[in-house]
Design a protein around this ligand. Sequence first.
Ligand SMILES: *Cc1c(COP(=O)(O)O)cnc(C)c1O
Length: 455
Amino acid sequence: MPDLDKTNAELVARSMSAVWHPCSQMKRYEHFPLLPVTRGSGVWLYDNEGKGYLDAVSSWWVNLFGHCNPHINAALRDQLEKLEHVMLAGFTHEPVVLLSERLRALAPKGLGHCFYASDGASAIEIALKMSAHYWLNSGKPDKSQFISLENSYHGETTGALSVTDVALFKDAYGALIREHATVASPDWRNADAGESAESYALRCAEALERHLQRHHSKLAAFIIEPLVQGAAGMAMYHPIYLRRARQLCSEYEVHLIADEIAVGMGRTGTMFACEQAPANPAGAEHGITPDFLCLSKGITGGYLPLSVVMTRDEIYQSFYADETARGFLHSHSYTGNPLACSAALAALDIFAQDRVLAVNLERAAHMNEIVRPLRNHSSVCNWRNTGMIWAFDVDTQCRDFALRCFAAALEKGLLLRPIGNTVYFMPPYVIGREEMGMLVNRTLAVIELSEKWNA
Ligand SMILES: *Cc1c(COP(=O)(O)O)cnc(C)c1O
């Protein structure tokens, strides 16, 4: 691959000319140039001059077990020699069957059926369509609207945007999307002074109940990011909200869609975030079961695009009939791709073999010890942690904070990607103690530097 031998500057110039990068104002790259990456290993990414960058955001929250993980690499090589792809309509293959069975065994009880797509936004489209189509099949065609939390993020295709509450997107694409209502987010940063996260969550659940009382006859589903609203800036909330949401949705006959695209696959400390909301007040041994569970991002360990929507038997059965039109009308060319499913199976192997959830508890405990100097820094507020996610807000006047922080961190060999004034860590699970130390020290150095940045 001769391109990789070129200098960084030349590759960047060619990328600027030929590639339109996502989530980017391309002109900003004039001042904050693209970083060419040539290889990865563990938590590290390397540019072609050999400089390493600690990937503290798991490359947009997808990587679980490090870059170029030997076990996943081997599983992919093995599958590559057998079958790269076959359409899933009318055909099946071992990786997709095994993956569906293993996910069913791991997921909250009752989610027995897996529908696949290639990315998170498509999983959301599927869940929304399946929910509305279920109500149609059940003789309730009026139940076709959705609600989400304030500051929700569920992806950027037009259907997913219609349940996403981000002002920037609404301003640009409002004309293309369907109106939807939002209910108060239980994000504990919005609690009154002296009010606990739990009381605030219960207060928000009352607002949800009032909304459901009034609108349930038109509502298909309530879609939610369980425990952590990622793109909102790692907004965290008390699990009691999820329990109440489950009860209220059942009571008012509205589906609950759990978007675990970012928080699933162990990120919040349990395999799925829903597990942390006990199904009944006595603290049942299992958590709530949503009507739909959407997974993507980490599901392949960060290797290949794959998403899945899991749903309950009763919903599946409402589509099972002789008429074509009652069936679920949805497909993607790469639905259930065997390579992606093999990567996902390899990732599940690692969870089991390396006792990942148990070891992550120790990792998180160690991290919580060593972050103290950062946590106590005078510019740092709203420190928060759920499982393998840490976040804090920076008290700064700098309007370009996110971009300057990103650039300053890169300079120090660290990949941070703040959301507004929120800095967060969402590292691959293979991060070692020494690397955690580097992460904290380098971040502290960047925060100290940021005190000199003006508005
Ligand atoms: C990333 C994300 C999505 C969208 O997934 P894509 O693969 O980027 O389309 C949806 N919901 C949540 C909570 C996400 O974090």
